[in-house]
Design a protein around this ligand. Structure first.
Ligand SMILES: *[C@@H]1O[C@H](CO)[C@@H](O)[C@H](O)[C@H]1NC(C)=O
Length: 364
């Protein structure tokens, strides 16, 4: 594990370290360029000169020895490139994972091992082997939870001790995707059941009903929806009554019978094609302006043109959050079909909620 801590003392230490490392990189690059040139020089000067009485045999020999030289040069260049790549990764300060390291649990090593394609190179993509991946966040701040997750006996029941908390913990650390395991899942006790309230009734003007929102589109236009990072599957249950299929994503454990719930971190790119959903609903966003912007762009990507974005009593911690969200929404040029800012009845004073339904424009 060439893991490099992100906290390296004070700024001075980091400066010295990075200066030293970049000098090393520069020296190494210089060295590799020199070596490559020397090899080339050697290859072209040392090849046997054609004799005045050249026969076909000697020409063949010199051609093959030249080919050997060239391929050895190429091998050297390749190996220098690998070393450079490794050094630059170390310098970048990113934790790195060597999938072949014997210190990894054997099951993680097997999962990450590259598998050659049975029929050789794929003519369309040009790839020759398949690789599995694990998020770099799984290693930071510590790779221990991931090691623990992958320490199990293959083809036997999965360890019960940490289920379901360990996978959820890893997801909350943005360790997503998690590596696959080959152990048999245990049956879980049914999750705590939340009482569905498909026909939400409220006296608050912030609460739009499902009927209100669906009536904004022609009948039957909303067929598939996405409930982003939802606290429960109630919205999907309510929409099922209207024959709308809703995929609910959550970093928690919110399974309900007959509904499609995805256990994913809200910080990863949504695993959907572009322009898929007729309706996207969100009740909260992400902390941090940049994170929020990446998040909104991804939501915009998965929504089809003419689709609806429903900010359902979106909780704004303060006025600044409200302004940030409003500005962000404005940037996308959505049409505001409904827009209500205020306090939500029964949830105490001073909490600002934004409820809005916006239509995604058709872009050129
Ligand atoms: C949902 O679909 C069923 C079967 O096609 C139909 O009978 C029902 O009226 C539909 N419900 C709504 C709200 O459209």
């Amino acid at each position: 594990m060439g893991s490099v801590s992100l906290k390296i003392g004070d700024g001075t230490a980091r400066f010295h370290r990075s200066t030293l490392c970049s000098s090393v990189v520069r020296l190494l690059m210089l060295f590799s360029v020199l070596v490559t040139n020397l090899f080339a020089l050697y290859a072209f000067t040392s090849s046997p000169r054609p004799h005045s009485t050249t026969t076909t045999t000697t020409t063949t020999t010199s051609t093959s020895s030249l080919a050997d030289h060239v391929s050895s040069i190429l091998r050297d260049i390749e190996s220098s490139e690998r070393t450079l790549y490794q050094i630059s990764r170390d310098v970048s300060g990113y934790p790195s994972l060597d999938p072949t390291s014997p210190s990894l649990p054997p099951e993680l090593r097997s999962f990450l091992s590259r598998q050659p394609l049975p029929l050789g190179k794929d003519s369309r993509s040009g790839i020759t082997e398949l690789a599995s991946s694990v998020s770099h966040s799984c290693l930071s701040p510590s790779p221990d939870p991931l090691r623990q997750f992958m320490s199990y006996r293959p083809r036997a029941p999965c360890p019960s001790a940490d289920h379901p908390h360990l996978p959820l913990k890893l997801l909350s650390l943005s360790c997503d995707p998690l590596p696959r395991r080959r152990c048999l899942s245990r049956s879980s006790p049914p999750p705590p059941h939340t009482t569905a309230n498909p026909t939400k009734t409220s006296d608050s003007k912030n609460d739009f009903s499902v009927d209100d929102v669906l009536s904004l589109s022609p009948p039957g236009a909303v067929r598939i929806g996405f409930d982003v990072d939802a606290p429960n599957a109630d919205f999907a249950a309510a929409m099922a009554v209207h024959n709308v299929t809703v995929v609910t994503s959550s970093g928690g454990w919110i399974h309900r019978d007959g509904l499609l719930t995805l256990n994913i971190s809200p910080r990863r790119r949504f695993p959907f094609y572009d322009n898929v959903f007729d309706l996207v609903r969100m009740v909260k966003g992400l902390d941090g302006r940049d994170a929020m912007e990446f998040f909104m762009f991804d939501i915009d990507r998965v929504m089809r043109p003419g689709g609806l974005l429903w900010l359902d009593t979106y909780y704004c911690v303060d006025g600044e959050t409200k302004t940030t969200v409003t500005r962000l929404v404005d940037k996308f040029g959505y049409k505001k079909l409904k827009w209500v800012v205020g306090e939500k009845a029964g949830l105490g004073k001073g909490r600002v909620y934004l409820s809005a339904v916006l239509r995604k424009p058709v872009r050129g």
